[in-house]
Design a protein around this ligand. Structure first.
Ligand code: HSE
Length: 320
């Protein structure tokens, strides 16, 4: 079999928490996303980052600090391989944007390396290596970003050693409108603001919402889904970091969105919509409200939930 010299993989943006499931729900968008190319360098060993675009020169080029190279280093260690590899990253996702950017780069890198080296890893092994990369860059392993970036869909990401990932049904009309303000919020900072205790009444409301959301997906019950899309745990501590958050949410809900809240750790704001027309209307309303409250510069994305997550987009050049 001819092995390629270079493989490029794509991994999409993800919405951690899905509003009501702090750390235990995540979903993948179709676009935007990151691309990572892994290439044989011809050297016996060692990883190099040979290019990063789309990051404004801000992502670390030190292979020990970058989520993509740390994921590939973990894969090499785990499979006992020593090839020298060059890595190029094309960021389609903003930094510290609440869209799973470091997870997407780690996942795309691990998927590309697995294919280039023909290591044939199972999805849970690729996930493990991508998590190592995510932890290095984001200061924690956010499975609600890493797992849907790899596998697609809407996932329950449980803190369980046995059945960690549970795929959930995606209502066919579900369309996401996501507003990314021109701002950054580091996940560590957003987590630190939450402290480490939750009031019992809020915990009860939250696990009730999480369970109701899962049931609503299984039954395509949009009324229940709308009622469940409420965050009593993270949003109260984090919304103050996001100028215009209340006005943007109000605008999305008034335009008909089923729910609206913080995407991941923020500062992006996500709305869950029933169909593309509703997502277009809610998205416009969100942009307008954001402009009025917080100024210009926000970007709006609209996307279905990706059924497939990360994928190989090219494999080139025959090798020995
Ligand atoms: N569940 C994580 C958090 C996602 O909200 O902190 C981080 O992207």
């Amino acid at each position: 079999m001819i092995s390629p010299q270079a493989v490029t993989a794509y991994a999409p943006a993800t919405v951690g928490n899905v509003i009501c499931g702090f750390d235990v729900l995540g979903l993948a968008l179709e676009t935007p996303g990151d691309w990572v190319t892994v290439r044989r360098s011809g050297r016996a060993r060692g990883l190099r980052i040979t290019g990063i675009t789309g990051d404004g020169g801000r992502i670390p080029t030190d292979p020990a600090l970058n989520s993509a190279t740390v994921a590939v280093a973990s894969l090499l260690r785990g499979t006992g391989r020593t090839e020298g590899l060059d890595i190029e990253i094309e960021k389609g996702l903003p930094l510290s944007g609440g869209m799973g950017g470091s997870a997407a780069s780690a996942v795309a890198a691990a998927v590309a390396a697995d294919r280039l080296l023909d290591t044939g890893l199972a999805q849970d092994e690729i996930l493990r290596h991508a998590v190592v990369g995510e932890r290095a860059a984001a200061g924690g392993a956010h499975l609600d970003n890493v797992a849907p970036a790899l596998a697609g869909g809407i996932l329950l990401t449980r803190p369980s050693a046995r059945r960690t990932l549970v795929g959930l049904p995606v209502p066919p009309e579900l369309t996401i409108a996501l507003l990314h303000p021109r701002a950054e919020l580091r996940t560590e900072e957003a987590r630190a603001a939450m402290g480490d205790t939750v009031r019992l009444a809020d915990a009860v409301a939250q696990w009730g919402n999480t369970a109701a959301f899962v049931h609503a997906l299984h039954t395509a019950d949009w009324d229940l889904l709308a009622d469940a899309l409420e965050d009593r745990v993270a949003e109260p501590a984090r919304c103050g970091f996001i100028p215009g958050f209340g006005a943007v949410r109000h605008a999305a809900l008034t335009a008909g969105a089923a729910g609206c809240g913080i995407s991941g750790a923020g500062p992006s704001i996500v709305a869950f919509c029933r169909g593309t027309d509703q997502a277009a209307g809610a998205g416009e309303a969100m942009l307008k409200a954001h402009r009025a409250e917080a100024g210009p510069g926000a970007t709006l994305y609209r996307s279905r939930v990706s059924a497939r997550g990360a994928r190989i987009v090219s494999a080139s050049g025959g090798g020995p």
